[in-house]
Ligand binder design. Sequence first.
Ligand SMILES: [Zn+2]
Length: 407
Amino acid sequence: MTASAPAPDYAWIEQLPKVSLHDHLDGGVHPQTIVDIAAEIGHALPAQNADDLKAWFEDNANSRSLASYLETFKHTLAVMQRREDLVRIAGEHALELAFDGVLYGEVRWAPELHTAGGLSMEEAVEAVAEGFAQGAAMASQRLRKPVMVRQILCAMRQNNNSLAVAQLAVANRALGVVGFDIAGPEKEFSLQNHREALDYATQHFLPVTLHAGEAASLDSIQEAVIDGRALRLGHGVQITDDITITTLGEANPEAVTEDVDADQEVMKLGNLAAWIKDRQITLEICPCSNLQTDAAALLTDIGRLPLEQQKRARDYASHPVAMLYRSGFAVTISPDNRLMSSTSVTTEFIKLHENFGFDWPDFFQLTLNAVDGSFMPVDQKHSLRGILQDYYSTFAQAQEDLPEESA
Ligand SMILES: [Zn+2]
């Protein structure tokens, strides 16, 4: 028996200042909170204690069945129908962001799914705002971890409430609502059903991010950025369908000289992928979640096989996140559903480090990308960039100051 190597110390990644842009409130409830509230309201759960419930959520989210995945949300939504429960869960979410090192987070949720207990959508928005304020105050006063939390209101693709949700979002900027999203079954329901809501948001200067390129491909992404005027894409990971891998000799024969290898591989972008990259439309990439829902194509198949023959990425190392980032797309990293995917921005960063060798300059860049793509006012972006710059300068200096052997 050999002694196992000590677990790597990732405290430095935990401590990095972060920004989270794609973070579902109903996907990040603490198991113990679900157990507590379910007991109070008489909601039957598939497991009776927090540990078993956490395992149940992970199993169902990992089952590769969309029905099982969606089943998990029934239980989180069931305990998010009373005002006091929304306040509690929003407060805990803000604290969770602070523990994750997040300085600024945009947390999304769908008010129309929180009215079963008699709350109006407006009352639900107020409750979530109150919870975020309480959680942020506790994080900064008790933990010395300041966090700013904002709301993105989602409408559901399969329902007909999108205009009311867009109006609610515009009317509640003072409560910290900064954006509008449309979530839900992407393949089955077109954004065309939500024209009025998308027009309303744009006409009232409310920034829009749309779930697209997660369960469907290029048509859906194009619809989101062209018709939906989305400034960001919720996932957008299927943009890889518009990428082909070819040789330099084929793509650009004039660049081939005696010293330049004609057979070296180059990436060729279709018009849509070039638009997304060149306009730096933010991709809210959530690798752990993508692996659970088969959202991402297998890295080694992308651009080399016809689309219908490309397999899906099933492990972190075959997710195209590093390829998209290194080829200049505006990639940002988010957890999507902290509970179902058992993840956080910290966890994603650790996996990026372990699987793709990402290091602090990459985490700095990914976080700057998230600041740029965020829906905060530009003056606030400027000051957050300053905070990040200071942190990373000090961090880089400390790396240089380390003695050689431990650096
Ligand atoms: Zn999402």
